[in-house]
Design a protein around this ligand. Structure first.
Ligand SMILES: NC(=O)c1ccc[n+]([C@@H]2O[C@H](COP(=O)([O-])OP(=O)(O)OC[C@H]3O[C@@H](n4cnc5c(N)ncnc54)[C@H](OP(=O)(O)O)[C@@H]3O)[C@@H](O)[C@H]2O)c1
Length: 188
């Protein structure tokens, strides 16, 4: 099983719109049915893992967003209305144990958000960071960092252009890289 974080982001590096919606939902191609490669991605996945902040809005949706996946949610409490089949826990290591115990060899879609991605990265459980860069500039919103450690080591595995002008970039998360150099003398 691989734990694969997949996030949409704007060209200027925001994973949410200024009002807090996931980046891909602002793409006009999303409204006209573009999947941003998610259907192919999900073919290999059997579980979805996410933070409570990302999970909670799904409880108000007309359509359950993860019909083919077993859902695991990290959070201090079980949100009201959470279906019985969803596994929740406040402890990331314990939730990971439950997820591994239930896993039948399929991949795990680590949905987000940034804080939960970092939590599983810190446990050494993040295998890939898969980004879908949508062809939009937001000018504000939530960034992947600093929640996800800026020293996360990334090794490019593949990239492809998606219909609608987005680009998918897949990195393996391998160890950590050195901090960025100090500013040049004139800029200090
Ligand atoms: N662009 C995309 O593709 C994409 C995908 C997913 C989400 N998003 C966006 O990401 C935003 C949310 O991101 P986020 O990083 O703020 O929240 P998040 O990761 O979705 O959820 C954070 C919550 O998860 C729990 N949690 C996280 N780490 C924990 C730890 N180490 N120990 C215990 N509990 C922990 C806590 O729940 P409690 O508060 O209950 O303790 C925490 O408040 C939303 O605006 C969403 O739209 C974007």
């Amino acid at each position: 099983m691989r734990i694969r974080a997949r996030m949409a982001m704007s060209v200027d590096g925001y994973v949410t719109t200024p009002t807090g919606w996931p980046a891909h939902t602002a793409d006009p191609a999303f409204a006209s049915g573009a999947s941003h490669g998610i259907r192919e991605f999900l073919q290999d996945c059997e579980q979805a893992l996410m933070g409570r902040t990302t999970f909670e809005p799904a409880l108000g949706h007309d359509r359950w967003p993860w019909p083919t996946l077993q859902v695991f949610v990290l959070g201090s409490h079980r949100p009201a209305g959470t279906p019985d089949h969803v596994v929740t826990d406040s402890d990331p290591a314990r939730l990971l144990e439950k997820l591994r115990a239930a896993n039948q060899c399929g991949d795990v879609h680590l949905v987000g958000g940034p804080r939960t991605i970092q939590t599983f990265h810190a446990l050494g459980a993040l295998d890939t960071l898969e980004l879908v860069v949508v062809p939009l500039l937001f000018g504000g919103g939530m960034r992947l960092t600093p929640a996800l450690s800026p020293t996360t080591g990334l090794v490019l595995r593949r990239q492809r252009a998606l219909p609608g002008g987005s680009v998918e970039i897949v990195y393996a998360c391998e160890g950590s890289r050195a901090p960025l150099p100090d500013a040049p003398p004139g800029l200090r």
